[in-house]
Design a protein around this ligand. Structure first.
Ligand SMILES: Cc1cc2nc3c(=O)[nH]c(=O)nc-3n(C[C@H](O)[C@H](O)[C@H](O)COP(=O)(O)O)c2cc1C
Length: 248
């Protein structure tokens, strides 16, 4: 993946939005993020819009190989709940995925995840449940945390705060794309048991919780091209009033 621009000469936003994708391929673990690139990514996070300008995030940049290795020894695992709900998003052919316009191809996942009733022990056969392979294939992990004691003013369950953290994620992701840096969100980091382990490794105090984590790096190879779909605009946009549609 080549860089699309520089922080001074970015590409058109619409191009970057279309080119951004989840990069689940290995990154070069020997190639740290260039300091200017890391800074540009943090600068993008810094300027993310947040409800009431709360700036409700802190970012832990992990690039020390011994800390990455310690994270790799954490058991990620996969819950039965995850397998069941992930299954609901799967399509079993490209035609099905194109017709639905949402979700993912089942073949992207290990075989054991393609059975909604797979026992969780079976489902963790992927990478033996440890984060090791993932951590060995990237030079940097960013862990974005937020203060659970605060919320956006009068926002039920801090929904607006959570949306703000999504804006931080997108700013990071678009900037990484511009710079030719691959990125993958790692939701497993926010699961209760992994978060507990990461608290110890990264000295995260109890009032902070992991919003999301991502692995970043320069891809070693062109990522596997798999089918990515989106709904057509007329399947989600309305003029002046919502109108129910027949959806398959
Ligand atoms: C909040 C959030 C959590 C996600 N968690 C994961 C994850 O744990 N692992 C992963 O590989 N991708 C994860 N993704 C990436 C989505 O699967 C991906 O964005 C979606 O399938 C669309 O594909 P694209 O990013 O290539 O456009 C996550 C994305 C978001 C926004």
């Amino acid at each position: 993946m080549t860089a699309l621009g520089t922080p001074d000469q970015p590409m058109w936003t619409s191009d970057v939005i279309r080119l951004r994708h989840s990069d689940r391929s290995p990154f070069d673990p020997q190639r740290p993020l260039a300091e200017a690139h890391l800074r540009a990514i943090l600068e993008a996070a810094r300027w993310a819009p947040t409800a009431h300008n709360m700036q409700n995030f802190e970012i832990i940049v992990v690039d020390d190989s011994s800390v990455l290795a310690a994270i790799g020894r954490v058991h990620g695992g996969t819950s039965e709940e995850f397998i069941r709900e992930n299954y609901a998003q799967l399509s079993f052919s490209e035609e099905e995925l194109i017709r639905k316009g949402t979700g993912l191809l089942a073949t992207m996942f290990p075989l054991s995840w393609q059975d909604p009733n797979a026992a969780s022990e079976l489902a963790t056969d992927f990478d033996h449940g440890f984060l090791d392979a993932t951590m060995r294939s990237c030079p940097v992990v960013m862990v974005v945390v937020f203060d659970t004691r605060k919320r956006a003013p009068a926002s039920e369950r801090d929904f607006l705060g959570a949306m703000s953290l999504g804006c931080v994620m997108q700013n990071i992701w678009l900037t990484a794309t511009t710079l030719g840096i691959g990125m993958q969100i790692m939701s497993v980091f926010s699961s209760a048991h992994v978060e507990e382990e990461l608290r110890k490794i990264l000295s995260i105090p109890s009032h902070l919780s992991i919003a999301f984590a991502c692995r970043l790096g320069y891809p070693l190879e062109e990522p596997d091209r798999y089918l990515r779909v989106r709904r057509d605009i007329d399947r989600f946009a309305y003029r002046n009033a919502y109108a129910p549609r027949d959806e398959q």
